[in-house]
Design a protein around this ligand. Structure first.
Ligand SMILES: Nc1ncnc2c1ncn2[C@@H]1O[C@H](COP(=O)(O)OP(=O)(O)OP(=O)(O)O)[C@@H](O)[C@H]1O
Ligand SMILES: [Mg+2]
Length: 294
């Protein structure tokens, strides 16, 4: 059985009389030790999914199993231990406490877990060493760069040695070079420490760092891709040119697609899906060029 499995998960938010279905029967499986990316448009349910897997939110229907814990039926209030020991969560924003130093931020999850002071400090130092921040232990978040802050957040997520890491847009605010560095840390943590990692990202290049990329749209997984299928080759020198080339190719695919619907060669549903996929990829690539100063 898969290490993490979601089957037909539904999450509906109610605000007054209005219902918003954030997840609409979503299913996915992740193996132990795997690192996957999840991509999808804004509002497609990515954060909702991570919050449910992180034990912070609860599905209305469906089955969620994480390492033999059935999250579907456990009240969120009883998931304290699960949240402390099984998952490390890197949030979309608001990761660090701004009045605490890097070291204290990494120690914090261990304080909640009642780890003794000596062990705590030693482990926090080790973790910050892994993300190459040994010389920034006493710095507060505002005294660190965006990429360094995100590395502290990764160290903090690993504090209680959870088998699973959930990373919601870990490179969201970062430029492409810093994004690459952050993803490389996550890849290393996945390989060397055998952590199962689920990473949400808007950026196709970041996503292409993992072997399997899931696409989520309107609360459902609509496709699984390999980096080759994403058409992104991460190792090339002329980075912006390569992005531009990829955009040109995607625009050509988009024009082809429009021709096919005009000629009645595909149905409306497939057309919409494919068009959304292509425009989201193009947008992601354009943002990436923009971040790179292009
Ligand atoms: N607490 C909430 N109350 C009501 N609606 C919510 C709540 N959280 C999320 N939603 C809605 O659920 C849908 C999915 O939101 P979610 O935050 O999961 O999207 P996302 O894919 O993470 O988007 P983004 O890429 O912008 O971070 C959205 O339509 C959102 O407005
Ligand atoms: Mg989100």
């Amino acid at each position: 059985m898969a290490f993490i499995s979601c089957t037909d998960v539904v999450r509906v938010y109610r605000i007054g009389d209005i219902e918003i279905a954030a997840l609409r029967g979503l299913s996915l499986e992740v193996d132990r030790g795997e690192m996957i990316s999840i991509m999808g448009p804004s509002g497609s349910g990515k954060t909702t999914l991570l919050n449910i897997l992180g034990g912070l939110d609860r599905a209305n229907a469906g089955t969620i199993r994480v390492d033999d814990v059935s999250l579907g039926f456990t009240p969120v209030s009883e998931l304290v231990n699960y949240r402390r020991r099984v998952v490390g969560h890197i949030f979309q924003n608001l990761n660090l406490i701004h009045t605490l130093t890097a070291l204290e931020n990494v120690e914090l999850p261990m304080i909640f877990n009642e780890t003794d002071r000596g062990t705590r400090k030693k482990r926090a130092e080790e973790l910050l060493h892994i993300v190459d921040l040994s010389d920034r232990l006493q710095h507060k978040p505002d005294e660190l760069s965006g990429g360094q802050q995100q590395r502290v957040a990764i160290a903090a997520a690993l504090a209680n040695d959870p088998p699973i890491l959930l990373a919601d847009e870990p490179t969201g605010e970062l430029d492409s070079e810093t994004s690459r560095i952050i993803v490389n840390y996550l890849l290393r943590i996945n390989r060397e420490f055998d952590k199962t990692i689920i990473m949400v990202t808007h950026n196709p290049i970041v996503a292409a760092a993992t072997r399997r990329i899931l696409r989520i749209e309107d609360g459902n997984i609509v496709g699984t891709y390999t980096p080759a299928q994403m058409g992104v080759n991460t190792g090339t020198v002329n980075y912006v040119d390569q992005l531009q080339e990829r955009i040109t190719k995607l625009n050509r695919e988009l024009a082809d697609l429009d021709k096919r619907i005009q000629q009645g060669q595909i149905n409306g549903e497939d057309y919409v899906k494919e068009r959304l996929r292509l425009t989201a990829s193009i947008k992601g690539l354009e943002d990436e060029i923009h971040r790179h100063g292009g």
